[in-house]
Design a protein. Structure first.
Lengths: 251, 303
C-alpha cells in the first residue's frame, strides 16, 4: 500500500438516512487511470467531492502521497497535487482563454506571488499557461474569450486549468459530458496522452471512453463499491453485469 | 454660481457614498452577503479618527489610525460572525448584521460616551479655493472629492489589472473552482472584506469634519449606499461610482432647488411642503426609474 498515490479507506458519508458513500476503500497507483462507473445517484460525485475536500466524510481516511488529507481544506489539497474538473464546465467566461490558465498557474503558486503585480503581460504566469494550452491543443485559441469557445473546447480549457498546477492526481467528473462523438474522441485522445504522467480518477458514463482509457475500473452502486479490477475482469464480473452494465452493453 | 456650488456638494456627497458603496457592493457581489453593519465601520473610522486627532492635534495621524482600525474591526467581524452567514439566506444575514449595528452603537456609546465628537478640518485644508471668479469653495471638500476619485482609479486598477483582482473576479464567478485551483478563498474573502471596511472607515474620517461624529451616523448613509449599489448594479465598482455620483447629485440638487422650483409654480406655502418631500423622495424615484429601464442596474455584472 505504500506505493499508492491515493489511498482511501472506509470512507463513509450519509445525508440523513441516505448513505451516499458506504465504507468505500480504493487505491490509485501513480500514473494510473482509474475509472469510476455506476448508475446515476450511486454516489460517484459525492466520493469525488470528498476526495477534493468539498464534502467532509463522516468517517474514514484519505491519504494522498503518504499524507493524511482527510480534514484538509480544498485549497490545501490542491497545493498537495490534486487537480479537478467539474461535472459542469467550470471556466471563467469573461476572461480570455490564456487568462483562465494563467489564473490557475497563479492560484497554484500560492502565497509566493505578489498580489499587486500586474496580471497581464506577466511572463512568469503566461509562459507556463501557454505551454499548458499547447498540451491540450488550445494554443491557437489563447486570445479568445473563454465564453466564445465551443463546448468541447471549454472542457479542454478546464482540463488545461486543472493541469496548470502540475497535479499528481486529476479528478475528472464526466469530462465528455454533453460532447458529440468528434469532441469525445478528441478528449479521449488527450487523456490518453496524459496517461502515465498523471494519475486520473475518472467518473464517466461513456463506456467507450472508460474502456479505452482505464487501467482499472471501480463500480459503485448505492454508495458501495461492488467491484474493482481490470476492464476485462469488471466486464466479466457477474454482479456488475446484473447490477449495472446490462447484458446488451457488454455483449 | 449657486448651482456650481451645489453640483460640487453633490459630487462630494457622491464620492463619500462611493467609498461606502465600493466595499458593500464587492461583499454583496462576491460573497453574496448583505452587510447592514457596513455603516458601523464608517462610524468606527470617524470615532477613531476624532479621538486620535483630538489627542495628537493631527488630522493625518487620526486618518492613519482610523484606516487600519476599521480594516481590523472589519476582518474581525468577518472571521467571527459573517463567515458563518455566507451560506445562509439573506434574511438571516440581515438579522445578524442588524444585531451587529446595535452592538457597535452600544459599544461606541460605552467607549466614547453618548455625546457627539468633533473632528476639525486640518488647518492646511481649512481655507477656501476660488474655483471660479467670485466663487470660493471649501478646500477640504475639494480634497474629499480628489481622494474619492483617486480611490476609484485605484480600485479600478486593482480589480482589472492585478493578480488579486483577477482572483476576486474569478472568485465571484465560481467559488468552488477557485478553491479547487488552490486558492485559500476564505483568506481572500477576509482580505476583500478588510479592504471594504477600510474604505468605509476612510469615508467616516472624511465625513467627520462635515457631519457630526455621533452614534448612529452610519445608518442614514447606509440606506443611501444601498440605493447606490442597486442603481449601479450589484458587484460593479464602476456601477458604484456612477450610482454614487448620481445619488449624490440628485439628493443635493433636489434638496437645494426643488422647493424653489415648486415655489415658482404654486406659491411658497404649499411649495415648501411639496418640494421638501419630493426632494427627499428624489433618489428613490431615480432608483425606481433606473430599475424600470435596467432591472439589474446601470452596470450589471456578468456571470
Amino acid at each position: 500500500m505504500s506505493t499508492a498515490l491515493l489511498d482511501i479507506a472506509g470512507l463513509t458519508k450519509a445525508y440523513g438516512a441516505v448513505i451516499a458513500c458506504d465504507h468505500v476503500s480504493l487505491t490509485i497507483a501513480p500514473g494510473e487511470v482509474h475509472a469510476l462507473i455506476g448508475p446515476n445517484g450511486a454516489g460517484k460525485t459525492t466520493l469525488i467531492a470528498q476526495i477534493a475536500g468539498e464534502r467532509l466524510p463522516d468517517s474514514g481516511r484519505i491519504v494522498l502521497d503518504g499524507h493524511d488529507i482527510t480534514r484538509l481544506p480544498v485549497h490545501a489539497r490542491a497545493r498537495r497535487g490534486l487537480g479537478r474538473s467539474f461535472q459542469v464546465a467550470s471556466i471563467f467566461p469573461r476572461l480570455s482563454v490564456l487568462d483562465n490558465v494563467a489564473l490557475a498557474v497563479q492560484a497554484h503558486a500560492g502565497h509566493s506571488f505578489g498580489f499587486w503585480r500586474p496580471a497581464r503581460r506577466d511572463e512568469a504566469l503566461r509562459g507556463p499557461a501557454r505551454a499548458t494550452l499547447a498540451r491540450v491543443g488550445l494554443a491557437a485559441r489563447a486570445e479568445a474569450l473563454a465564453a466564445a469557445l465551443a463546448h468541447g473546447e471549454q472542457r479542454q480549457l478546464e482540463l488545461a486549468m486543472a493541469l496548470a498546477g502540475a497535479p499528481r492526481l486529476l479528478l475528472l467528473d464526466e469530462p465528455t459530458a454533453g460532447m458529440g462523438p468528434t469532441d469525445t474522441a478528441r478528449m479521449i485522445a488527450l487523456l490518453n496522452e496524459l496517461k502515465g504522467d498523471v494519475a486520473i480518477l475518472l467518473v464517466e458514463h461513456d463506456m467507450d471512453a472508460v474502456f479505452a482509457l482505464a487501467d482499472r475500473i471501480s463500480v459503485m452502486v448505492y454508495g458501495r463499491l461492488i467491484a474493482t479490477g481490470t476492464p476485462a475482469a469488471v466486464r466479466a464480473d457477474p454482479e456488475v453485469r446484473r447490477a449495472y452494465l446490462g447484458e446488451d452493453e457488454v455483449a | 454660481m449657486l448651482i456650481v456650488e451645489q453640483v460640487l456638494n453633490g459630487l462630494q456627497l457622491g464620492v463619500m457614498l462611493f467609498l461606502l458603496a465600493a466595499g458593500l457592493t464587492l461583499v454583496l457581489g462576491i460573497m453574496n452577503l448583505i452587510n447592514l453593519a457596513h455603516g458601523s465601520l464608517y462610524m468606527i473610522g470617524a470615532f477613531v479618527a476624532a479621538s486620535v486627532a483630538g489627542w495628537t492635534g493631527s488630522f493625518v495621524l487620526g486618518l492613519l489610525a482610523a484606516l487600519p482600525a476599521a480594516a481590523l474591526v472589519g476582518m474581525a467581524i468577518e472571521v467571527v460572525a459573517l463567515r458563518r452567514l455566507y451560506a445562509r439566506d439573506h434574511l438571516d444575514q440581515v438579522l445578524a448584521t442588524f444585531g451587529l449595528i446595535l452592538f457597535f452603537n452600544e459599544l461606541v456609546s460605552i467607549v466614547w460616551g453618548p455625546r457627539a465628537l468633533f473632528l476639525d478640518t486640518p488647518r492646511w485644508l481649512s481655507g477656501a479655493v476660488e474655483i471660479l471668479p467670485g466663487l470660493p469653495y471649501p478646500a477640504y471638500r475639494l480634497a474629499v472629492l480628489a481622494v474619492g476619485l483617486a480611490v476609484a482609479v485605484f480600485l479600478a486598477w486593482l480589480v482589472r489589472r492585478t493578480r488579486l483582482g483577477m482572483l476576486i473576479r474569478a472568485g465571484a464567478t465560481n467559488r468552488e473552482m477557485v478553491a479547487a485551483l488552490g486558492v485559500n478563498i476564505r483568506l481572500l474573502y477576509t482580505l476583500v472584506f478588510g479592504l471594504g471596511a477600510m474604505l468605509a472607515g476612510l469615508a467616516g474620517v472624511m465625513a467627520g469634519p462635515i457631519y457630526a461624529v455621533e452614534v448612529g451616523m452610519g445608518e442614514h448613509i447606509l440606506i443611501l449606499t444601498f440605493v447606490v449599489i442597486v442603481i449601479g448594479g450589484i458587484g460593479s465598482i464602476r456601477g458604484a461610482l456612477a450610482g454614487a455620483l448620481l445619488v449624490g447629485l440628485v439628493d443635493t440638487l433636489g434638496r437645494a432647488f426643488l422647493p424653489t422650483l415648486f415655489g415658482a409654480a404654486m406659491g411658497p406655502a404649499a411649495a415648501s411642503g411639496v418640494g421638501a418631500s419630493l426632494a427627499s423622495m428624489a433618489i428613490y424615484i431615480v432608483m425606481a426609474a433606473v430599475l424600470a429601464l435596467r432591472p439589474r442596474g446601470l452596470f450589471p455584472v456578468h456571470g
